[in-house]
Design a protein around this ligand. Sequence first.
Ligand code: ME8
Length: 504
Amino acid sequence: MSKDKFYITTPLYYVNSSPHIGHSYTNIAADCLARYMRLNLGKENVRFLTGTDEHGQKIQKAADASGLSAQDFTDKIVVQFKELWSGLNVTYDDFIRTTEKRHVDFVQRSIQILFDKGDIAEGKYEGWYCTPCETFWLDAQVSDKACPDCKRALERISETNYFFKLSKYQEWLVKYIESEKDFIRPVSRYNEVLSFLKNNRLADLCISRPKQRLNWGIELPFSKDHVIYVWFDALLNYISAVGQFDERGKYTSKWWPASLHLMAKDILRQHAVYWPIMLKALDIQMPKTVFAHGWWMMGESKMSKSLGNVISPVEMAGKYGIDTFRYFLLRDMPFGLDGTFSEEALVKRFNSDLANDLGNLVYRTLTMAEKYFDSVVPAVSEKPKAREIQIREKLDGLPEVISLELCPETNYNFSACLERIWELIAMANKYVEEVKPWSLAKENKAEELKGFIRLLVDVIRGVALSLRPFMPQTAESILEQAGTDKINKGKPLFPRIDTKSADK
Ligand code: ME8
């Protein structure tokens, strides 16, 4: 794919229970980048894919517990994901479910290609299995019959299965990663994967499950007794959604290779080891970047469905507003690091960054334009003061600053972008205090007052334009109020939350 196209993906989330803040984080980040790229490259050159991972033992167990068939259960939960994304203004271009025919057919074709070329072979598996993680473990990796990752009880299994020859491609993968510095980001994760690959021999990957143990999955085209391992099925979505194989097994797509696969660090290994090897074996190009962000924590633990310590994004966005929620997630935790979620921290940011800084600047600017100029936006000053020139320089530089922060080299630093925008807001608010426009008015300094108000209007317009990918509703609302020659002041954007009475 050329540089003027952008294809971004999120993980396909398991539908074993409702989405939480962790899932909304990845999708809001992806949405922010997709919106940003649409503004820069044109809507038709951006593809944003999300969806749901619906096969496997974990889903089967959740369906059993709910008393529904697996299909009915997934049909029910998938609605919650779709509603959440529209409720958070997440503008995906395509939503793929791994139970859809387009995906099922594609997966069977892929696996047949790999089988025919000898990269998949039958073998015997004897060892441990962790159902919540859907992961096999060897005797040597296990103590106390507990999963080395999640510490929950393992099951002992012995069965005939099919194995994908990961080991055959290990050396190639090491060389590839070494030659492509942008392939895994951030750098800490790059180093982690590389050192794992250099210090461990990859075991071949068991890519089937006997139907007697699990039949909720895609059937192996060359064995009626097996379904395909959920990870092998799910990863292929990134290509099944955007292209197809021709009769000779050559893959073609308008969008592939992906520009960016987003996820958290929990599933980096699948994306940075299994996935490139699967693609290589299928003779398909590598994605440009695999980015693993950090975790939202609750105290000391990761927020997770299986730990049951989740906070509902629907509740947070409902209570504080969609853009407040988006702002908080993108601003509070640098992309790539972990962070602790707390409602208290969210309210604090609301009151300081949104009510005091942004909301205040917009409201006071529009109020002054209304009061002093009858809502008509005055002309730019012909004799700007040094401080005004400085503020304008900061304003004019914003797009460039943001473009430098939103790329793999700088780890898609949403937080830094917002920080830069807020520096401008702070400069403008401070300038209002310094200039004291009410005294300019009193002293009849009309020219100065005009230039001053025009500068502020330009600042809030520029802030709104820069905020479009991050806080789309807020940006639109500011532009509706201040975007044209005639000001159209609305209500304050972020009325302060009274924490004292909220406590009571
Ligand atoms: O792993 N903090 O699905 P999943 C930040 N189906 N992000 C979090 C998070 C947290 N506490 N918890 C979850 C799967 N996430 C597979 C993926 S892809 C082909 C198959 C987000 O439902 C984050 O993006 O467990 C993480 O990688 C993903 O949800 C895991 O979602």
